[in-house]
Design a protein around this ligand. Structure first.
Ligand SMILES: *Cc1c(COP(=O)(O)O)cnc(C)c1O
Length: 395
């Protein structure tokens, strides 16, 4: 049997490669940071989700070590059997405090939080109204749920209104959106979404994975940006991006919703509890967020500086209120050549093209971090200018 299957896989893999979609891993030989070591060569990293530069933070490493010393290496249990320590409850309380929500439930990852949020809450008589550019984990989570599915074009409020009208016959309606869309860096128009939710009697869920720690003056995410703290029924997020970059996910929001997830959410009931070291570091991380706003301030000024300089150099950058800067090149092969040349210059960025972004919308995505110093940003911009001229993108 396997020979036949093996041939089939080989053909499929060859096709992926021929389509130019084959993914190779770049092997990093250092901690994650602004500067990384690749094949013994120092490079500047502009494609990590390490927005606050916490991935190699000594205080978090110390907190993780102490957490392991005090509470061990692993839980070897799901939460409701014997996988819940005082640390887990403390981290959940910290997350609720951070977002101004009523209660929080932890998962191994935000992929699990999104995978386990819809099915326990909604049934066939309900409606989920989802932004077309929502993250894969939301799409998968919706698939696991029997609710009727409605889709609206990215951040298109006229389309959302139309979908809400179509969904009026349903018992409950839930609008779901990413806080920041990872390919364009645009922030969801949560003020308008909330207004429409009020008008058409719907609930709202926001995935804050790319926005938490980043968006809003103090990084509390899109609910801070739009003055809607405590108003949104469901938020999901990750500890794998701005919040240290290790792993862990959460759903936070209304008390009864979180309570129901503890009863029925399958990734919570049937998957292991977060490791004590990561939980302890998470607690320390949220404490740091309340001690100072230094990292958010630095991230915001880094992002402003970068985009201003790139626009001045003549690049076509999408407007962004996040730490993501999409440098538009439109042409797919050009985006790949550009990214490869940037790598030669010691700058790690990623070129994206169809089907990850729409046809003819190829781009380089740059992710700014509080770990970047001005000198790093300047080196990145200089490389962009050099290669932009070389490849005829700018004059
Ligand atoms: C990264 C991401 C996730 C997945 O988070 P993990 O904790 O890595 O599983 C979910 N949703 C969005 C919007 C993301 O960007």
């Amino acid at each position: 049997m396997y020979t036949k299957f093996q041939n089939y896989l080989k053909q499929e893999l060859a096709q992926i490669e021929a389509d130019g979609l084959y993914k190779n891993e770049r092997i990093i030989e250092s901690p994650q940071g602004a500067e990384i070591l690749v094949k013994g060569k120092k490079c500047l990293n502009f494609c990590a989700n390490n927005y606050l530069g916490l991935a190699d933070n000594p205080k978090l490493i110390e907190a993780a070590k102490k957490g392991m010393d005090a509470r061990g290496f692993g839980m070897a249990s799901v939460r409701f059997i014997c996988g819940c320590q005082d640390l887990h409850k403390k981290l959940e309380a910290k997350i609720s405090e951070f977002f101004g929500t009523e209660d929080t439930i932890l998962y191994a990852a935000c992929f699990d939080a999104n995978g386990g949020v819809f099915e326990p809450l909604l049934g066939a008589e309900d409606a989920i109204i989802s932004d077309a550019l929502n993250h894969a984990s939301i799409i998968d989570g919706v698939r696991l749920c029997k609710a009727q599915r409605f889709r609206y074009a990215n951040a298109d409020m006229a389309d959302l209104e139309k979908q809400l009208q179509d969904a009026q016959k349903c018992r409950f309606r839930l609008i779901v959106t990413d806080g920041v869309f990872s390919m364009d860096g645009n922030v969801c128009p949560l003020d308008k979404i909330y207004e429409l939710a009020q008008k058409y009697d719907a609930m709202v869920m926001v995935d804050e994975s790319h926005s938490a720690g980043v968006v809003g003056t103090t990084g509390r995410g899109v609910t801070e940006r739009f003055n809607l703290r405590g108003k949104i029924e469901i938020l999901t997020g990750t500890l794998g991006k701005a919040f240290g970059g290790a792993m862990g996910g959460f759903t936070t929001g209304k008390k009864e919703i979180i309570d129901m997830l503890r009863q029925r959410s399958r990734p919570y009931l049937f998957s292991n509890s977060m490791a004590p070291g990561l939980v302890a570091a998470g607690i320390r991380m949220f404490e740091m967020m309340t001690e100072t706003n230094e990292l958010q301030d630095k991230l915001h000024s880094n992002t402003d500086y970068f985009i201003k300089q790139m626009l001045a150099a003549g690049f076509d950058c999408k407007p962004s209120e996040s730490a993501i800067c999409a440098v538009m090149l439109y042409d797919a092969p050009l985006s790949q050549r550009f990214a490869a040349r940037m790598q030669d210059e010691g700058i790690f960025v990623t070129g994206f093209y169809y089907p990850v972004v729409p046809k003819g919308q190829a781009r380089i995505r740059v992710q700014i971090s509080a770990a970047h110093e001005k000198e790093h940003l300047d080196r990145c911009i200089e490389a962009f200018v050099k290669i932009g001229k070389e490849l005829g993108v700018i004059k």
